[in-house]
Design a protein around this ligand. Structure first.
Ligand code: NAP
Length: 315
């Protein structure tokens, strides 16, 4: 039984892409080259390969220059930093994205070291501390793509954020924290939850807008959701274990059929039973996912425009 309205991300992502297209054309005509994105991929993590391929394809289709800088899984931190430095200096690249995760062998602080090395003006993922600091002060130009994509989805579908009680489950630098800040700047009253939160379901059930970003399949059940709430499911976890899939999708359901056909299924943090109580719900796949890439395009074009305005000579 499904009572919730499904909030698909594709329509809003298409809208954002159509707004970006004339900006790409104008930049290319004015500056004499397209906006450029450099993607750094270290190692051969299959999920990262997939994300990077999709980002390259979407960027090229949008008329951007998109270059992949590949390093083997044995690459050192120094080698990775050297690629970042080269892209920082490149006139042809306005945006740089370093795909997470970096190989574990690079060390615990490798991602911070790499993000710290990015030119903040080219940091299209919004991970550099200068951009994070600006986000805290509500004056950022480049903000992490997934959370700003969720804000676009909510605002463009007429969901009121100001005055709403919002609960974000997850406190990562990539999703949870920027999500909470963006909601707060739009005047929601925000609670951030994590793995040590007591009475999590009760806290979550106070939310008018509930954002789940944990990577725990089906963790958010009916008890977590106030009737009529807006539920945003950020989680994307590939499951290949049949029992785990059947805890969310029983035999005979459409998604179970997809699992049988493919041998794996990408699932969200929100259990399908939530559709019985939520007012609005983003599906997985097809909810938040399409927005992340659309916002990467917009951030890259924005970075290109800002650089061109400042330098006037990035040809
Ligand atoms: P992450 O860095 O692993 O962070 C997960 C967060 O969830 C942590 O703050 C953790 O709490 C919290 N958490 C884990 N188990 C919990 C539990 N049982 N109860 C309450 N909180 C719990 O993950 P992430 O990078 O933020 O990503 C989250 C999910 O979003 C993943 O499935 C990822 O694949 C997906 N994602 C999707 C997109 C997209 O475009 N659709 C983009 C980015 C991420 P602690 O801090 O206490 O450990």
């Amino acid at each position: 039984m499904s009572g919730a309205t499904l909030l698909e991300g594709k329509a809003v992502a298409d809208q954002i892409r159509s707004e970006v297209a004339p900006r790409v054309a104008a930049f290319t005509a004015d500056v004499g080259r397209p906006p450029g994105l450099g993607i750094v991929l270290v190692g051969d993590d299959p999920a990262s390969e997939l994300y990077v391929r999709s980002k390259l394809k979407t960027a090229s289709e949008a008329g951007l220059r998109a270059d992949l800088e590949r390093l083997p899984s044995t690459a050192t931190l120094a080698e990775t930093l050297a690629v970042v430095e080269r892209l920082n200096r490149s006139e042809a690249h306005d945006g740089i994205l370093v795909q997470s995760p970096l190989p574990a062998a690079m060390g615990d602080d490798a991602e911070h070291r790499v993000f710290d090395a990015l030119d903040p003006a080219k940091d299209v993922d919004g991970f550099h501390p200068a951009n994070v600091g600006k986000l805290v002060q509500n004056r950022a130009a480049l903000v992490s793509c997934t959370p700003i994509g969720i804000i676009e989805l909510l605002e463009r579908t007429g969901i009121a954020i100001a005055g709403a009680r919002a609960v974000v489950i997850g406190r990562s630098d990539i999703v949870g924290k920027p999500m909470a800040l963006l909601l707060m700047h739009r005047h929601a009253t925000v609670t951030i939850c994590h793995s040590r939160t007591s009475d999590l379901a009760q806290v979550a059930a106070q939310a008018d807008i509930l954002v789940a970003a944990t990577g725990r399949p089906g963790m958010v059940t009916k008890e977590f959701v106030k009737p009529g709430a807006v539920v945003v499911d950020v989680g994307t976890t590939p499951l290949s274990d049949r029992a785990a899939v059947e805890r969310m999708f029983p035999p005979g359901s459409t998604r179970h059929g997809v699992f049988l056909k493919r041998g794996s299924l990408v699932v969200g943090d929100v259990h399908p039973e939530v559709a019985q109580v939520a007012g609005t719900l983003t599906p997985v796949p097809g909810g938040v996912g399409p927005l992340t890439i659309a916002l990467l395009l917009r951030n890259t074009v924005q970075a290109a425009e800002l650089r061109a305005r400042k330098g006037g000579k990035h040809r």
